[in-house]
Design a protein. Structure first.
Length: 401
């Protein structure tokens, strides 16, 4: 086999650096959420080798002008769609090196396909779970139905991939790529006692939940049916809830936070449950390290699913074990019995027992935390996940995996 010369390798690298990628996504920082986090990190990683252009929705408190980021001037999905088509056409005419149009979620599938077909570019869309099952016939007709016409689909878990297949997307177009994470960002431990004092945390074992308070997350049910059992065995246990109602979500509208506040009052758990709202990245990092176990008690709902559960990777990166329900894509995020414990949905006694076992067995908890930390670094670091995205972007249509 001929060995490429140094000069040819250099030329290939230069070509790759100059490759353009157009990303269209409703979800993007400074909006907060799992998809927003994923898209922000993916753009950061791709920019190291490629020219990346992002078309996204407007956002409150978005700060100053960002290089390569194009935001709609008006709120709402329809204005965003028109803006994305107009801006996308201008970018594609001006930048002939853009070879790929990538959609950040299924909702932008029509926009990606229209631009890709008009300008003869490759069309790839990311699927997350809920955006495949959202129960709206018009959305299913306009967005989900057209996935099979893309050149490739990236699913964030094996479960999400199975949902796509059920919606007539050919299996050979689907590549399963989990969210990535920067393990170094959470691996170094802060001064835990100082963090507890700074954040006003009381003494006692701490259970942490992180995420937007959508109903499917199961926080209210966990407090009512599991946490009350936990404090019967560990009276000084505390439950820290980081997150707020998903105000900016296209699909979630309920006041779950209000329901949780009412429940806390009814059960007189004010000393045990601390509602922290949305936290900065710095405070969130401290909270992971100040906690003993992270919980994701997701519900098994028909019209909403947990596509992956990136907070479980963040917990592992901080060396903390997780307890979660075996729902949706969560089994891809937690290696049961090694980086955490999975229980069946609606098994609230099982959730309570698993958490108590970790709080009472520090050796077991530390071992799971250390395994999870190694697993994240070996399998989910962005240096590896980014390369998997690039492989999909480079693959000829029809042979993606």
């Amino acid at each position: 086999m001929a060995v490429p010369s140094v000069s040819s390798l250099h030329v290939e690298e230069v070509v790759r650096v100059r490759t353009g990628i157009l990303i269209i996504t409703w979800n993007y920082p400074p909006r907060r959420g799992g998809i927003e986090c994923l898209m922000g990190d993916l753009v950061r990683v791709l920019k190291q080798k490629h020219s990346v252009f992002v078309i996204t929705a407007n956002a409150p408190n978005q700060g100053g002008q960002e290089e390569g980021i194009h935001r709609a001037s008006w709120s709402g999905l329809i204005p965003f769609a028109f803006y994305a088509l107009w801006r996308g056409m201008k970018l594609l005419k001006r930048n002939r090196d853009i070879r790929l149009i990538f959609g950040g979620s299924v909702v932008v599938t029509p926009l990606v396909l229209i631009l890709a077909r008009l300008f003869r570019r490759k069309a790839i869309v990311q699927a997350h779970g809920l955006d495949l099952v959202f129960p709206n016939w018009l959305y299913q007709l306009l967005c989900v139905r057209w996935l099979k016409h893309c050149d490739g689909i990236v699913a964030n878990s094996a479960y999400t991939a199975s949902l796509a297949v059920k919606r007539n997307v050919p299996a050979d177009l689907i590549s399963v790529i989990p969210p990535g994470i920067d393990p170094d960002a959470l691996s170094s431990s802060p001064d835990i006692e100082l963090s507890k004092n700074t954040l006003g945390l009381a003494e006692g074992p701490k259970i942490l939940f992180v995420g937007r308070l959508a109903k499917r997350k199961g926080v209210k049910e966990f407090i009512e049916k599991s946490f009350v059992k936990i404090i019967q065995e560990i009276p000084n246990a505390r439950f820290l809830v980081v997150g707020d109602n998903p105000h900016e979500s296209l699909t979630h509208r309920g006041d779950v936070l209000g329901q949780i506040k009412s429940l806390i009052g009814e059960l007189k758990l004010q000393r045990h449950v601390l509602l922290l709202g949305a936290s900065s990245d710095d405070d969130l990092w401290k909270l992971y390290h100040a906690s003993d176990v992270v919980v994701l008690p997701a519900l098994a709902t028909i019209d909403d699913v947990e596509g992956f559960g990136i907070t479980l990777l963040e917990a592992a990166a901080a060396g903390k074990p997780s307890v979660a329900t075996r729902v949706g894509g969560i089994p891809d995020a937690v290696e049961n019995g090694k980086s955490g414990i999975l229980v069946e949905p609606d098994d609230y006694c099982g959730l309570a027992r698993a958490i108590v076992s970790l709080l009472q067995n520090r050796e077991k908890s530390l071992a799971m935390g250390e395994f999870g930390r190694r697993r994240v670094r070996e399998q989910f670091a962005w240096s590896k996940i980014g390369a998997r995205y690039e492989a999909v972007f480079d693959a000829p249509p029809g042979i993606l995996r």
